[in-house]
Ligand binder design. Sequence first.
Ligand code: AP5
Length: 245
Amino acid sequence: MTSHTSDGGSVDFLPGPILLIGPPGVGKGTQAKMLVEQFGIPQISTGDLLREHRQRRTELGMLAESLMSQGELVPDDLVNDMVADRLAQPDCERGYILDGFPRTLPQADWLDRYTAADRVKESASSGRGASLAVYALSLVVPHDELLRRITGRRISPAGRIYNIYTNPPEVEGVCDVDGSRLEQRSDDTEAAFEKRMQEFSQKTGPAIEHYRALGSFIEVDGSAPVAQVTKAIFAAIHAFRAVVT
Ligand code: AP5
């Protein structure tokens, strides 16, 4: 199957669901945007979905607000329901990139059940179900570099990601593309970062081990420059595809 990308290019296959897993600041959002370009499938960031709920002052958003600013995870059931709603939308039919989900073992179990049901449906309708293997992609970067990335990150209201150290805008505090003012996330403080790291090792560690044991697991060094990490991710996806199909 040929997938047309937004820049007019094309790739000759569509991967199954891609899961981007890793600690805060490792580059999940940055790399998800490269994958969207390449495969033309949507990025679903649970962090972004929760921030949208906060902005709209929904019940979920208000509950998530203090947990998120303290660097704690939002309860599994609420996040799973939110993801289920998003995956039910038509743009996910050709595939999707999950950015920051799953990040606990119960979330991974939920997703296993969801994708297994999807494979059965897809097999019945097109015979393609067996090729919908999950690509669990874990990015790894040393602690001190993560802290630097987090405290240096600035974001435009439209979601463009900058960094005052590694990817600064041309004019300080202003988005190069639309001239909007750049902002710092409320959880991008050193204290919240350390709590997020603790949550990551205690709760996301077991989810990573789950995918490692299943064999549907790719680990990529995320400490190189962005373009090099992207290249390593594409190479790993192609190599993994050769194994699962
Ligand atoms: P979320 O928004 O997902 O935050 P996170 O996982 O902590 O990840 P970040 O968005 O901070 O980093 P990133 O890996 O996307 O890095 P980025 O590409 O921006 O979640 C926030 C909160 O929501 C959680 O703490 C939790 O409370 C809640 N939540 C979300 N999902 C949940 C779930 N599933 N269950 C329960 N609760 C959930 O890059 C970072 C910086 O580094 C940028 O400035 C970028 O320019 C720079 N950079 C990126 N790559 C490179 C590179 N290769 N070289 C140099 N600089 C780079």
